[in-house]
Design a protein around this ligand. Structure first.
Ligand SMILES: C[S@@+](CC[C@H](N)C(=O)[O-])C[C@H]1O[C@@H](n2cnc3c(N)ncnc32)[C@H](O)[C@@H]1O
Length: 194
C-alpha cells in the first residue's frame, strides 16, 4: 500500500476521503450492516468484488462473509481510500483475503471473474455508465449478481431509472429491488439482451 500523503483524488465529482468519513463512521455499522445488506448474496468461499470500495466498510464486511476460503477484490480510483482500507483490513486480521486494486475513472482494467459485484454509492460518479456496465458484465461469473445502491440524497428516482436502462442495454436485468436505507437499489443479473 502507498503512503497516506495524497490529500485528495484530483477526480472531478468523486467523493474524497474526508467526505467519506462523514458517512463511513461507527454509526454506519448500525445503518448499513454488511450481514443484513449482503448476507443473501455473499456466501462462504465466493470471489466477490467491491467496486468503488472507498475506505472499505463493505469490503471488510464481505471478507467476513466469504470466510478464509473466499476472496474480496476491492477496487477504487483513489489510492488514499485503498490505504485506509489496507489499515482497516490489517486491524481486522482480514488482509489475507482482501486484494486492493487502484483503477482508472474510465476503466477498471481487471480481467477477473467475480460471483458477486457490489457498487455501493458510486455509479453516479462514473463518467461513462454504458462502458462501465459492459465491463461489469464482462467480469461477472455465470449466474453472478451485481448489487447497485445509489444515495437518495444525490440521485433522483428518475436518474436511477436511467441508470437501470443503461444497465439493461448492456444485458443486465433488474431482478430485485432490495430495501437498503437511504438508497435506491437494484440487484442485476445477466439476461438475454446483448
Ligand atoms: C461515495 S464513495 C462510497 C464508498 C463505498 N462504496 C462505501 O459505500 O463506503 C464512492 C467511491 O467510489 C469511488 N469511485 C468513483 N468513481 C469510480 C470509478 N469510476 N471507478 C472506481 N471507483 C470509483 C470513489 O473514489 C469513492 O471511493
Amino acid at each position: 500500500m502507498a503512503s497516506h500523503s495524497t490529500p485528495c483524488s484530483g477526480h472531478r465529482g468523486v467523493c474524497t476521503w474526508w467526505i467519506a468519513y462523514t458517512f463511513d463512521n461507527p454509526l454506519r455499522r448500525l445503518i448499513h450492516k454488511p450481514q443484513k445488506v449482503l448476507g443473501n448474496y455473499v456466501k462462504e468461499g465466493m470471489t466477490v468484488m467491491d467496486l468503488g470500495c472507498g475506505m472499505g466498510h463493505f469490503s471488510i464486511g464481505m471478507a467476513g462473509l466469504v470466510g478464509p476460503t473466499g476472496k474480496v477484490i476491492a477496487v477504487d480510483l483513489q489510492q488514499k481510500m485503498l490505504d485506509i482500507l489496507g489499515n482497516r483490513a490489517r486491524r481486522a486480521g482480514l488482509s489475507d483475503r482482501i486484494f486492493a486494486y487502484l483503477c482508472q475513472a474510465d476503466d477498471i482494467g481487471l480481467e477477473v471473474s467475480a460471483e458477486f459485484i457490489l457498487a455501493f454509492w458510486m455509479v453516479h460518479e462514473v463518467p461513462d455508465q454504458k462502458f462501465f456496465f459492459k465491463r461489469l458484465k464482462s467480469m461477472l461469473a455465470a449466474e453472478g449478481k451485481i448489487l447497485i445502491a445509489e444515495p437518495k440524497m444525490h440521485v433522483t428516482a428518475e436518474t436511477f431509472e436511467k441508470t437501470l436502462d443503461i444497465a439493461q442495454s448492456c444485458g443486465l436485468q433488474c431482478i430485485e429491488r432490495p430495501d437498503i436505507r437511504f438508497s435506491r437499489t437494484a440487484l442485476l443479473g445477466t439476461g438475454a439482451i446483448e
